[in-house]
Design a protein around this ligand. Structure first.
Ligand code: ATP
Length: 589
């Protein structure tokens, strides 16, 4: 398939933010796409080469791309940098530069999607000493044969700056229309995506076998399932209103969620955001296969750090010490853990997500043989408010964050946050103490004691509608010397020369970061703001929302991706809730 077809589609898609138009452009693209390239196109549309859980990253830095453009065009690096500073986007700058190309190429090979994809894949796989030079060679050879439009979109993919604004749902709408003629079939595609986390695979199945293939779509081992998530509630009363007569209550442990895929001795661990995390937990890899009484299974558990002497649960931060590349064995003995199982999604070749909660829990208790290292999360069945209160106290005393409440007769809803699971945390019980998970987008250099670190950070939420990161506040309190140091180490490699175009901020930071790191913050209040961009114009024209007196809680949420951060909708609902509470209080007083 000619790459120019894809580049032209990218150009059209970039020119609109309207979902209907985007869908239409996608349908037109899919109609021109042969079956054997559909999965590649689907990944490229999202700026990827494979589904995220495979961990294949292009990782090409701006500097390297500039060298490749220079090699291909014969134009000096300095000139390219100047053009880039003017345009703010290296893809578009490259188009201008390549127009002025001083080197002429004679043998022009036409560029196909397959060739671009294979070359990008090779670049992603390169490692070691000579990898930089090889990358430059591969990129410049593509640029040599590319038209300016093609070059623009090759570079955008390479640099991770292709932002078409096509959410997964829009891609699924278009797939349903293109291959089944009916947008309503999106629901079935969603199911397939939720149990595979692989949109390329879903596209390939519908393109090859039509909607029948999607109806027969199966869960596969070692292919992660998108997690079911919970709605927050603030009180026991709210639980009683929403849960009905009888429901399950479990401890909400403060650790790292893990999805364990296991068959015989083969085992893989996926985090909440479905990254592979097996290398951090060699103790789980060694011990868990021995206690699973099934041929194969997909299980969910919370990994929690413990005090070895007392067995008490320790807070989430302790697990951070396990996130390292080297000296893992030392960390295993210094920071012991337990694995606390709470669900089973697949067992002995059979899908379990359609089973009710209570059936799954019974199955779980048959499959996992408990011992010192592996346990079931404590659970009880409740009918009354008193029972919730009692279990809540017990859970807090045992070192957990609060409770998870689960409907007994409901299946596992992969990939959705809904009311079949609720969470009641200790902090949700006081009016404004709600925590938010925010993305670090910028930094301000520290002074005095904080010289050599970022004394203050600029934070954002995630706006799902526009796929951007609008600023919400600066935070400069709650940091210890240790956490400042740790954040500095994590954030330094994320510095960018230019602000990522997905960042929406009027405030200027000393340095901009790739929007990737999520930290937890509490605040005293949410207020209208003329500077910050969250929920811009939603509550009042020319105003956004901001946090008042924000404070870092000490939790770096390494298990969350930037797209899992608190959303604008969540902030709006907290803002409205807080105002309602204030009004109610005034009425009572
Ligand atoms: P949070 O920030 O509250 O951890 P989240 O967005 O990661 O939320 P939610 O589904 O909203 O995910 O809350 C449930 C989280 O709590 C899970 O992701 C999991 O890590 C953790 N957890 C602890 N105990 C349980 C349990 N018994 N059942 C399910 N999840 C649990």
């Amino acid at each position: 398939m000619e790459y120019s077809i894809l580049a032209k589609s990218f150009e059209k898609m970039e020119s609109t933010r309207k979902r209907l138009e985007l869908t239409q452009y996608l349908v037109e693209l899919f109609e021109k796409t042969p079956q054997d390239v559909i999965s590649k196109i689907t990944y490229l549309l999202q700026g990827k080469l494979r589904p995220d859980f495979e961990g294949i990253e292009l990782g090409v830095a701006e500097k390297l791309a500039i060298r490749a453009i220079s090699k291909s065009s014969g134009i000096a690096i300095k000139k390219i940098e100047e053009e880039y500073n003017k345009r703010g986007d290296l893809g578009h700058a490259a188009a201008i530069i390549l127009e002025q190309k001083t080197q002429t190429t004679f043998l022009v090979e036409s560029i196909t999607v397959e060739r671009v994809y294979e070359t990008l894949f090779k670049i992603a796989r390169l490692e070691g000493l000579r990898s930089q030079d090889m990358k430059i060679k591969y990129i410049s050879s593509l640029l040599n044969d590319a038209s300016t439009l093609e070059a623009t979109y090759i570079l955008k993919i390479l640099l991770g700056t292709l932002r078409l604004g096509v959410a997964e749902n829009t891609v699924m709408d278009a797939l349903a229309i293109a291959y089944s003629g009916n947008k309503e079939n999106r629901k079935m595609l969603e199911y397939a995506y939720n149990v595979s986390t692989d949109l390329g695979k879903v596209a390939e199945v519908i393109a090859t076998d039509g909607i029948k293939g999607i109806e027969e779509f199966k869960i596969e081992l070692f292919n992660p399932i998108r997690p079911m998530l919970a709605d927050r509630v603030k009180s026991e009363e709210e639980v009683m209103e929403k849960m009905g007569n009888e429901f399950a209550i479990e401890y909400k442990l403060d650790g790292e969620r893990v999805q364990i895929h296991i068959e015989g001795e083969k085992i893989e661990l996926f985090s909440r955001s479905l990254e592979k995390i097996s290398s951090y937990y060699p103790d789980i890899i060694e011990k868990i296969p021995k206690i699973i009484q099934a041929e194969n299974a997909i299980l969910e558990a919370e990994i929690v750090a413990i005090n070895e002497n007392t067995g008490d649960f320790l807070p989430f931060q302790e697990l951070m010490h396990r996130r390292r590349k080297y000296k893992i064995e030392k960390a295993v003995t210094e920071y012991p853990i337990t694995v606390n199982f709470f669900d089973v999604l697949y067992c002995n070749g059979k899908n379990c997500i359609e089973l009710s909660y209570i059936e799954r829990r019974r199955k779980l208790e048959k499959i996992v043989k408990e011992n010192e290292f592996a346990k079931y999360i404590p659970m009880t069945i409740a009918k009354t408010k008193n029972k919730i209160e009692e279990f809540f106290e017990n859970s807090i005393n045992a070192g957990s964050e609060g409770l998870m409440l689960k409907m007994l007769d409901k299946p596992y809803q992969a990939g959705s946050r809904g009311s079949h699971w609720l969470k009641l945390k200790r902090e949700y019980r006081n009016e404004l103490g709600d925590s938010l998970d925010l993305v670090v987008i910028g930094g301000f250099f520290g002074k005095g004691r904080r010289t050599g670190s970022y004394g203050t950070l600029l934070l954002s939420t995630y706006d799902e509608n526009t796929d951007t990161f609008p600023s919400i506040c600066k935070v400069g309190t709650g940091f210890t010397d240790e956490s400042l140091d740790q954040l500095y180490q994590i954030l330094n490699p994320k510095i960018t020369i230019k602000k990522n175009p997905r960042i929406n901020s009027e405030m200027e930071a000393d340095v901009w970061f790739e929007p990737e790191l999520v930290i937890e913050v509490v605040a005293s209040e949410i207020t209208l703001s003329p500077i910050h961009k969250v929920a811009q114009d939603e509550i009042r024209k020319n105003a956004g929302l901001a946090l008042r007196f924000p404070k870092f809680t000490g939790k770096i949420r390494v298990e969350k991706m930037a797209e899992d951060a608190s959303t604008d909708e969540e902030v709006i609902s907290l803002y409205k809730g807080q105002n309602k509470a204030a009004r109610d209080k005034n009425l009572i007083e």
